[in-house]
Design a protein around this ligand. Sequence first.
Ligand SMILES: Cc1ncc(COP(=O)(O)OP(=O)(O)O)c(N)n1
Ligand code: 3NM
Ligand code: MG
Length: 225
Amino acid sequence: MPGLNGDQIRQRLAEARLYLCTDARRSRGDLAEFADAALAGGVDIIQLRDKTDGTLEASEEIEALEVLARACAKHGALLSVNDRADIALAVQADVLHLGQDDLPVSVARRILGDDPVIGRSTHSLEEARRAATEDGVDYFCVGPCWPTPTKPGRPAPGLELVRAVAEGIDTTRPWFAIGGIDERRVGEVVAAGARRAVVVRAITEAEDPAAAATTLRQALQPHDS
Ligand SMILES: Cc1ncc(COP(=O)(O)OP(=O)(O)O)c(N)n1
Ligand SMILES: Cc1nc(C(=O)O)sc1CCOP(=O)(O)O
Ligand SMILES: [Mg+2]
């Protein structure tokens, strides 16, 4: 099946509210079933981020991404690869996500071409400001909103940073709050000015991933910017 072109990917990114990072569920059941439930519940973008026991072998990562790609095609969602431009190219991903210490965006762009979108992690107002204008970046993430065991050792700038970004910088590019967000806290994130969120445990550890996604999506949905 042909993939989405750059305009279609950017259109879906603009409309996205809920972004899920999941591991490959090597020790917790079926990845296809889980992805299908999360996407049916309202996840717009799904990323494979498996760092539980070291990183996956490239072949294992590609195999898991192919499972996610089929689920994304079924639900009209975007497929995101973490860190690795070579793997994003290999699986024709819609999205590549890069942290501050990952590949430079200009290098990733050279590898990927213009169509896939590239996202950046930011943890300060200065980094967010840079990501909001840096060439080749399509969206950025701001956090952690709360300290999180999913990213141990990463200090949390908290909702103060979300407020500062919402009020103080050019937010023409889509941006997502991240870190410690769950059904209970998502209202605070929205009140701080975010319209989009990235979650890990709130869905990967939910008893009912579809219901968790629906609740999070509804909390983020009422806004239209
Ligand atoms: C959507 C999204 N946002 C942030 C991150 C974190 O990226 P990074 O800081 O590079 O950390 P790792 O995830 O690579 O450990 C992400 N992966 N996805
Ligand atoms: C992968 C990641 N990156 C962060 C950042 O601030 O860049 S916070 C984070 C982990 C988010 O996991 P959870 O939803 O389980 O708290
Ligand atoms: Mg990274």
